[in-house]
Design a protein around this ligand. Structure first.
Ligand SMILES: Nc1ncnc2c1ncn2[C@@H]1O[C@H](COP(=O)(O)OP(=O)(O)O)[C@@H](O)[C@H]1O
Ligand SMILES: [Mg+2]
Length: 261
């Protein structure tokens, strides 16, 4: 099972869109995909038509057992999506209450790792949509994943958010056996915008080794897909956004040598 997290300590940079687009492309080629919504806003949960304010059972339950995950609980929480091969572990807005706890003290840092261990044979690939705050949930996402995708909107304010995220990673990597590989992905790129062009250049200068050499363009079809509750590749397989995400997926898969896609 491959586990990737999508994170950035800033909202509106394309985390949810990236998670759903990559999940869709993997599912299209026959992979059994699990998407995990760890953002208390529950955007990914809403994307597929569930209301994070009133779902009876959500990922929140996983954190109610002192850091252990009771046998079989993970599977009970899964929901269907509009794609037959994508299952959703939905978020609840109640997840926000976890963010106030100190990750080290709570003993809750490995809840998602334990959850995924229970589902190891049921899925080929997992994508975790992370919250924009460094708290228990982000720590869980980073501890559970094998690779991190960091979408960054190509506008000036987003660059600061990226620096924060890279700093967080440096801290987290001190307590990991192996440094977590990450790929910075420029998003919402608009060729006609001076801000987009200069931010892209700045990102490439500062993060040479970790930046994906291409970018995800601004494409209204991605927004339309979310409105329709469909993964972008089902909604419009030929649109520019999907073409870019297909190239991104290829790069991400190539970064884990020795494992079959
Ligand atoms: N490449 C893109 N082109 C056009 N709209 C996009 C693109 N990526 C994201 N969006 C839209 O921008 C908004 C924020 O994106 P989202 O993925 O929800 O960001 P985050 O999860 O980081 O908060 C959403 O309305 C989404 O549909
Ligand atoms: Mg989001």
């Amino acid at each position: 099972m491959k586990i990737w997290a999508v994170a950035n300590q800033k909202g509106g940079v394309g985390k949810t869109t990236t998670s759903v687009a990559l999940a869709g492309l993997l599912a299209d080629v026959g992979k059994r995909v699990l998407i995990v919504d760890l953002d208390p806003h529950g955007s990914m949960t809403s994307y597929f038509g569930y209301n994070p304010d009133n779902l009876e059972r959500t990922g929140f339950e996983l954190f109610q057992h002192g850091g252990q995950v009771p046998d079989g609980l993970a599977a009970q929480l899964l929901q269907k999506t509009s794609h037959p091969r994508i299952a959703l572990l939905p978020a609840s807005t109640a997840l926000a209450t976890l963010e106030r706890q100190t990750p080290g003290k709570s003993g809750l840092g490995l809840v998602i790792s334990k959850t995924l261990a229970q589902l190891w044979n049921d899925f080929d690939h997992v994508l975790i949509d992370s919250p924009p705050l460094l708290g228990v949930l982000m720590v869980n996402a980073l501890a559970a994943c094998q690779q991190l995708v960091v979408p960054v909107q190509t506008e000036f304010l987003a660059v600061q958010g990226l620096e924060r995220m890279v700093h967080t990673l440096t801290m987290i990597n001190r307590s990991r056996r192996q440094a977590l590989p990450y790929l910075i992905v420029p998003t919402l790129f608009d060729r006609r915008s001076q801000a987009s062009l200069s931010t892209l250049k700045l990102l490439r200068d500062r993060h040479k080794e970790h930046i994906w050499p291409a970018y995800i363009p601004t494409d209204g079809r991605l927004r339309d897909a979310s409105r329709a509750g469909l993964v972008p590749s089902q909604f419009d397989p030929g649109c520019r956004g999907v073409i870019a995400y297909r190239a991104l997926l290829k790069s991400l898969l190539a970064r884990q040598p020795g494992q079959p896609a």
